[in-house]
Design a protein around this ligand. Sequence first.
Ligand code: MTE
Length: 323
Amino acid sequence: MLIRNKQGWEISENRATSEDVFLNRRHLLKMMGIGGLIAGGSSLAFPGIPGAAETDPSAALYPVPRNDAFVGGRPITPEEISTTYNNFYEFGSHKNISKAAQALKVRPWTVKIDGMVETEMEIGIDDLLAKMPLEERVYRHRCVEAWSMVVPWSGFQLSELVKLAAPTTSAKYLVMQTFEDKSVASGQKQFWYPWPYTEALTMAEATHELAFMVTGMYGKPMPKQNGAPLRLAVPWKYGFKQIKSIVRFHFTDKRPETFWEKLNSREYGFWANVNPEVRHPRWSQATERDLETGKRIPTLMYNGYANEVASLYKDLGNERLFM
Ligand code: MTE
């Protein structure tokens, strides 16, 4: 459990997996005569919810219990905003990709775990979900472009996947890769981007309690535009580290060059920790625009998670930790 003191900016959360979402889900399942876990292939509709997973066999797993140790510190951003204002360059280099992303097929979905591990493996997403302890956490989400939101993510701690993978002691980095398929993701036809989207964490970061594999949001399976069926949330880092629609976890002793680093390492580095005092070369990071209110609010050190993560970086003096 994360032991932490309540920060001054924190207020109580009551909009995560709101009671009506919970009750509606239960009601829907009851009406359909579905009690427990639905084994593969069932389909549920989520009318009126933008980009919701209409035919997601994991639907009956949600909502998952909320872990109250993780609060966002300000109101949850409405679902209509966080599911329609997105960055997912595979589907276009603008925010309005939620419709285009519906072309992504999220079943079958196989995840490969390889590199410096005891035994390499491939595992289907539903088998992986069945092995993992699912919970809901409310996290702040801060993009390097200086907009932000607060999102109730469902998923499991990344350290659980690391445990399953059983990396060898030589592994120093966990590299994650997004799917590659030009036939559904027209953005991948833009050859000047270094596809597939790749991100990485050190092993200390990947096994940190805050590093979270997201499989759902707002008490439902993950919408495609937000990175179904599996995306990363590391809330003390800028949003571009939070890789979507992951198909591969690769353990290595070599630090990889990540997608944005390859494109422009001066502006988007490996560490990408949030720091209001370190400017992006083209704009200040001192404040951020809350997507619900449109108001600018002060950005916090490590996006408000300094107590938890600052110690990860204490011996890395020469690194560009905030870029
Ligand atoms: N993952 C992939 N595969 N492709 C992307 O373009 N964009 C990143 C990150 N993950 C991106 C990605 C960026 S820049 C941000 S800010 C977040 O996803 C946005 O997540 P959201 O759309 O769920 O808010």
